[in-house]
Write a protein that binds this ligand. Structure first.
Ligand SMILES: [Mg+2]
Ligand SMILES: [Zn+2]
Length: 187
C-alpha cells in the first residue's frame, strides 16, 4: 500500500538554527541543539495517521571542512532520539561543486525516501525554512510548506503554504488530512 510522507528539513524546522549575518546555520555541537517545543507530540499524531516522517538535510559544512561528519551524525542521533518518531534521516554531505543529486534544491533525497517507503509524492509534503527546501519539494512533486523565519536571503518565489512556525506547518497538514477524510464518500 502506498504511504504518505512528510519530508522535514532539519535546521530551522526541527531544531533552532544558529543565525549568522541573518542566515541560518546548523548548531556546531550536540550540546547546542535546541529542538522546538511541542514537535514530538504533533509529529506522533501525524505518524499515527499514517505519515512516514523523513528528515532531508543538507550539511555542506562537511565538504567545506568546517564540520566533521561524525558531529553531524551525533546531532542527527540526538534529534532522532529526542523526537523518537522519525523514520529516517537522509543527509547530503556535499557542496555545490560536487554536483550530486541529493543536495537540495535537487530532489534526490526525497526520491530516495519515496522509493524506500513506497511514498505517493503527490499526497506528501515538505516542510522547510529555505528556498532550496521548497524547490526540492516542487521538483519531487510534493506539497510545499515554507516556514518564513525572515532570514536575510531570498525566500522561495512560490510555495503551497507559508507559515511562521514548525507547529503551524504541522497543523496545516493535520487539517488538510481531515478535509480529505471528510470529502471521502461514505460507504
Ligand atoms: Mg533549514
Ligand atoms: Zn549530495
Amino acid at each position: 500500500m502506498t504511504s504518505r510522507a512528510i519530508f522535514l528539513d532539519r535546521d530551522g524546522v526541527l531544531n533552532r538554527p544558529v543565525i549568522r549575518d541573518g542566515k541560518p546555520s546548523p548548531p556546531a555541537r550536540p550540546e547546542d541543539v535546541v529542538i522546538y517545543p511541542g514537535l514530538r507530540t504533533q509529529l506522533r499524531r501525524l505518524k499515527d495517521r499514517g505519515f512516514v516522517l523523513i528528515v532531508v538535510t543538507n550539511q555542506p559544512d562537511v565538504a567545506r571542512g568546517t564540520a566533521r561528519k561524525e558531529t553531524v551524525e551525533r546531532i542527527n542521533d540526538l534529534i532522532g532520539r529526542e523526537l523518537a518518531v522519525i523514520d529516517r534521516i537522509l543527509v547530503c554531505y556535499h557542496d555545490n561543486g560536487d554536483n550530486c543529486d541529493c543536495r537540495k534544491p535537487r530532489p534526490g533525497m526525497l526520491l530516495a525516501g519515496a522509493r524506500e517507503f513506497d511514498v505517493d509524492l503527490a499526497r506528501s509534503y515538505i516542510i522547510g525554512d529555505r528556498r532550496g527546501d521548497v524547490e526540492a519539494g516542487m521538483a519531487a512533486g510534493v506539497r510545499t510548506i515554507f516556514i518564513d523565519r525572515a532570514y536575510r536571503e531570498t525566500p522561495p518565489a512560490v510555495c503551497d503554504h507559508r507559515v511562521s512556525s514548525s507547529l503551524e506547518a504541522l497543523t496545516i497538514i493535520e487539517n488538510e488530512r481531515e478535509d480529505e477524510e471528510n470529502r471521502r464518500p461514505a460507504g
